[in-house]
Design a protein around this ligand. Sequence first.
Ligand SMILES: [Zn+2]
Length: 411
Amino acid sequence: MLGANTARIGVLTRLEIFARDGSTLGDRTAEPEIAAALVRPDALKVSARWVKLKRYPPFKNTRDEFESHFPDWVNQQLPATGKVALSANAQIRMLGAAFPEEWQWSKESDELEFRDEWVFVLESRQPGGLRRHTYRPFRLGKEHTFARNPSLAALDSKRVTVVGLGALGSPIALGLARAGVGALVLLDHDIVETGNAQRGAFDILAAGTLKTEEMRRRILSVNPYAQISIVNGPWGGIHTDGSTVEDLDEVWKIVSSSDLIVAAVASYETSLDLQMVAIEQRIPLLYTDVVQGAWGGRAFLYRPGLTGCLGCLYALLATTPEMSPVASPEPEVLPANCVAPTFTGSGFDIESVATIAVRLAVQALVARDDGYPAETANYVVYQAVGTPDAPEIRNWSVVPRPECAVCAAHP
Ligand SMILES: [Zn+2]
């Protein structure tokens, strides 16, 4: 049962179940676990009743209003023999209701199906006066993860490495977890700062904690079944010569076991290193960044052997200016908090790019017959502001260039 409060209020002394007419359906006090609880010296008497409703209970605007109204309202519905009073005798009472809640559309009957939901208000006499707590039980299970997006169910068996948990990488990691990716590897060396509350997936309460550990906590709060591995390190780049990372082999192994690598590191060199892992393992790489001022950004999906590589992309960018998002002309840079300076720019514009990156990542992971439509292009530019047509999304397909040595060596 999930409550607003976890204050300890005592233990059961008697567990009886009554029918609506007040007749006893069963006294479970003799059951071993309950009997054991009864001998506890701090046991208090709890009186509990519930009613089954045919419609929604009379919820109020605020929790306070509801809590002060609901127990007496339930009591009125109970038969005379079953009413529960809060007295010196009964220090705690708990009144609840089961009520029909929309559940799912039935394909057989072509009708909306309902199922019982529950709400309880627990009242206890405390030295400071009467205390009330509302409890709503919720179902939590893996079967609910994809109830709202069945075409993404294949993500549960996928493992994604996200390199860089900055303003762009952190919403991407969270977005992938929400989409249902079953396992995530998180790489970053940085800590959360108070200023990070303005951008990305962190808040002030997390200031001082490692971004990897805070991201793990956040991911588990939206997808408790996700398997999270974290790697903390002074990543100037995962260089292939091992010059900046002592346990490179270990990191290499972790990254290599992924189904997708997301490079959100604002470093082309690091992204090239990650591309080498992608090529070796024949797994896709998603490269993403934003331009100065977060006026725009882009996401690029490299599928080894199928699409052009980062080198092919950058060769195209050199000859096709409209493929690059237009950047703010202001050379505004925040003080360095990573190996490279951080650009200014709004969190909401960066998150728009993150959303595009998550979609492309998901499309790289689900098979074409899973139900979620495949990507139509592997390079997507988002222009948030700064041009007459903004906001605008533009797409290109980056194919292997005949003269690309990387693509030629790994067909
Ligand atoms: Zn290439």
